[in-house]
Design a binder for this molecule. Structure first.
Ligand code: ADP
Length: 466
């Protein structure tokens, strides 16, 4: 559930809880006040009747009782017989409150007679100056009015609560929506930064310097700092690449010269071969470093030509056969005629990197397969091997720069990787509008799938990527 919905629900629950307590308090106090009022009236009426009654040994003679039209009066003798009753209940010969007939002190009870709720006061009739009880007087009044008021009160409280909760819920929903809307911009900008790999973006904010404002300021400062760090790193990589290039060329040139001068000396030849192969490896790494530095600074042009992927794959396959030598079997599975728009040399680099990895990490006797097909409007290249696979904890990181799987550092035959091959492949594929996926199971093998959009109509000229 969103934060906004949770805050709205929270305010509705708080208001609902407060209104419930308030409603119960109002309902109880109104009910008690109204009942007290009725009790008071009944007590008044009973007192007046007793004062005006003629009581003797035989019984009680009621005074004029029509005065109390809403009050019903009965007088019961100690023999259990109805001695007298008010005109408005003539003919009703049962006690108004049977249970209290023998009560020795005044008592109030609620009773229901013929579906009508009554409040009944029972008062024992005692002859003045003696303790002799000569009967009981029961005075009753209908509680219909009290019930009607209670019912109206419940409706008023319920409707009031529903309206207040709706208003509070809506107010909270809209006000939190407004307060949180800058955070949505933060999320969108962060998403764009991740998708476009662009740290130069900042979150626009014109609101007050409140909590959200401070958060956005802190976020923008973090971005500036990260951008500086990345720029420094990029410049460093480019500088190191440039600086290393010249000495490497010089070493290679001198090694060539020494080889020519050394004549047939086997030992010197071996050392010079070793120097040369190491220089070649370093030159490749420097090339990779420069490639990434250029790619990330947006200065790398990509051609936008028609590329026949089937021809390109066969070309790379034949080149890589030399690398596989007797170590592995290499197989081209199915291969369709597929054309895409892009930079042939860069796409070749992707294929070379994937196949070189497959050959490098698969032990002797293994198999490396490559296939090319079409699926909807995408070209699909699959490079798979039955090598050691990539551990699940390495999988999310293998496309990162300089990332090398823990095992690869020890297991690869020559240990000459630099952790750049896949990040270069990833960058190239992404800048061709495609994507690269990997699936791998330990001890079973690895499979890289490259998706590239099929050739469109505007496949000409050069583009610069950003
Ligand atoms: P490296 O120079 O180490 O080969 P890459 O960027 O090409 O750098 O690959 C990154 C990591 O991915 C490697 O260190 C290795 O752990 C893993 N990897 C790539 N391809 C394979 C493969 N075919 N089989 C097993 N592991 C692989």
């Amino acid at each position: 559930m969103s934060l906004r919905a949770r805050l709205a629900l929270l305010s509705i629950s708080i208001v609902g809880g407060v209104l419930l307590i308030f409603g119960v308090a109002v309902y109880l106090s109104v009910s008690i006040t109204l009942t007290n009022q009725v009790d008071h009236t009944l007590e008044g009426a009973a007192a007046q009747i007793i004062r005006n009654s003629m009581a003797d040994r035989v019984g009680v003679t009621l005074p004029e009782l029509n005065l109390f039209a809403d009050i019903y009066i009965q007088v019961w003798g100690t023999d259990g017989k109805l001695a007298s009753s008010s005109l408005n209940i003539q003919g009703f010969d049962r006690p108004l409150d049977t249970d209290s007939l023998n009560s020795v002190k005044p008592v109030f009870r609620d009773v229901v007679i013929e579906n009508t709720q009554l409040r009944v006061l029972t008062v024992p009739l005692i002859i003045r100056n003696s303790d002799r009880v000569i009967g009981v007087l029961q005075a009753a009044s209908s509680l219909e009015m009290v019930q009607a008021i209670q019912e109206v009160l419940i409706w008023v409280l319920l409707i009031g609560a529903a309206i207040s909760m709706t208003i509070i819920g809506l107010a909270s929903w809209f006000s939190t929506g407004r307060a949180l809307s800058p955070l949505e911009t933060v999320t969108q900008t962060a998403d764009q930064i991740v998708r476009a790999d662009d740290l130069s973006r900042r979150i626009p904010y014109q609101g007050p310097p409140d909590e959200v404002g401070h958060l956005i300021m802190a976020f923008n400062q973090t971005l500036s700092r990260l951008e500086n760090l990345f720029n420094t790193q990029r410049r460093f990589l480019a500088d190191v690449g440039h600086e290393l290039r010249t000495p490497l060329t010089v070493i290679r040139g001198n090694a060539d010269l020494m080889r020519r001068m050394s004549g047939g000396d086997e030992e010197s030849k071996e050392s010079l071969d070793s120097i040369q192969s190491e220089v070649d490896r370093l030159t490749r790494m420097v090339g990779d470093l420069l490639f990434l530095a250029q790619a990330e600074s947006g200065k790398l042009p990509l051609a936008h030509d028609l590329v026949e992927l089937d021809t390109l794959i066969l070309e790379v396959y034949n080149q890589m056969l030399v690398l596989a030598k007797d170590k592995l079997t290499m197989r081209v599975e199915e291969i369709d005629q597929v054309q895409v728009c892009g930079d042939k040399d860069r796409l070749k680099q992707v294929l070379v990197n994937l196949l070189a990895n497959a050959i490098k990490y698969t032990p002797s006797g293994g198999e490396v397969r490559i296939s090319l097909g079409k699926l909807e409007d995408q070209a699909k290249i699959v490079v798979s091997d039955n090598g050691p696979g990539i551990p699940a904890e390495d999988l999310p990181h293998i496309f990162e720069r300089f990332y090398r799987g823990e095992k690869s550092r020890t297991r690869s035959r020559d240990g000459k990787g630099f952790g750049l091959g896949l990040s270069i492949a990833y960058w190239i594929v992404r800048n061709h509008g495609g994507k690269i996926e990997v699936t791998s199971k330990e001890q079973q093998g690895t499979s890289f799938t490259v998706w590239l959009p099929l050739e469109g109509e505007s496949c000409k000229g050069k583009i610069f990527v950003d």
